[in-house]
Design a protein around this ligand. Structure first.
Ligand code: PAF
Length: 283
């Protein structure tokens, strides 16, 4: 496994692979890797001849009062995990390499899509995500890129960006990976103290409850959301940011569950903001 810190090194390696006719997969990450990331790398290894994983805590997707400084980092551990999972090239650039002095160009979707769900409290987040992923696409020029379904709004927005900007890249969404007790894997779970870790189970419990209600025939979005919200609100350490049912493609709120619907939530457990979701298809 090679480690590259410059764009030039990545371009040279990818060019050599392409000359050999090899396909390239990209897994963009912010590091502090867990089994959720590992599942993306495994899928990329299954689907592509060569796999590039980027490890970069992207400052442009953090708001002024968010956890950019505190975001967990452990590149040595990340390297070991990536080596074990068959990654071929790790791209670990500095902030200066990715955003040279005076960088002022952003990629932004001008619709309500990035303003829904997480965008309500994180207004610049998806602009930062689209910008950095766009740059990674230009640097790595992968055939396929792999993203977790846990960040469902991010994946929907990136699909839109790929379509709108005609990136010839296939996006592959991979299922949420959970701890044995149901908590969705996240680098931010490390912020939780033991009491909060226990309280954080309300998210996956609400997902399960929502799935059961849909299976029992609930199609009224407001009733579904109310039941899930009530479950979360009963946990004293939890504070709901949002629980919503939205169209799976446009992220617009829905009243009735039909077609493909994303039921998503963001909940503060103490100071830590966690997300979880499920998708209902074929209604
Ligand atoms: O999902 C993430 O970890 C980040 O948003 C991404 C896609 C790596 C962009 O920084």
């Amino acid at each position: 496994m090679k480690i590259a810190t410059t764009i030039a090194e990545v371009r040279a390696q990818v060019a050599a692979w392409k000359k050999e006719g090899l396909t390239v997969g990209l897994v963009p990450t912010m590091g502090y890797l867990h089994e959720g990331h590992a599942s993306l790398v495994d899928e990329a290894v299954r689907q592509c001849d060569r796999v590039v994983v980027s490890v970069f805590v992207n400052p442009t997707q953090f708001g002024p009062n968010e956890d950019l400084e505190d975001y967990p980092r452990d590149f040595d551990r990340d390297k070991a995990l990536l080596e074990e999972h068959g990654c071929h090239l790790v791209f670990h650039p500095s902030v200066e390499e990715m955003y040279p002095e005076g960088a002022a160009t952003y990629v932004e979707i001008h619709s309500d899509m990035p303003k829904q769900l997480c965008g309500k409290t994180r207004p610049i987040h998806f602009r930062g995500v689209c910008t950095v992923v766009s740059k990674l696409f230009n640097i790595v020029t992968p055939d396929k890129a792999f993203f977790g379904q846990k960040d469902a709004q991010q994946l929907a927005i990136l699909r839109r960006m790929v379509r709108d900007l005609s990136y010839g890249i296939q996006l592959v969404g991979c299922p949420i990976v959970r701890e044995a007790d149901g908590l969705a894997k996240s680098s931010r779970n490390t912020y939780l103290n033991p009491q909060e870790r226990q309280a954080a189970l309300v998210l996956s419990q609400a997902v399960k409850l929502g799935q059961e209600l849909v299976a029992q025939g609930e199609r009224d979005a407001a009733k579904l959301v109310a039941a899930m919200s009530a479950h979360i609100a009963a946990q004293p350490l939890a504070r709901i940011d949002y629980v919503e049912a939205v169209d799976g493609v446009t992220m617009e709120p829905v009243e009735t569950l039909q077609g493909t619907v994303l039921v998503a939530m963001a909940v503060y457990i103490g100071k830590t903001r966690l997300i979880d979701n499920f998708i209902v298809e074929g209604l």
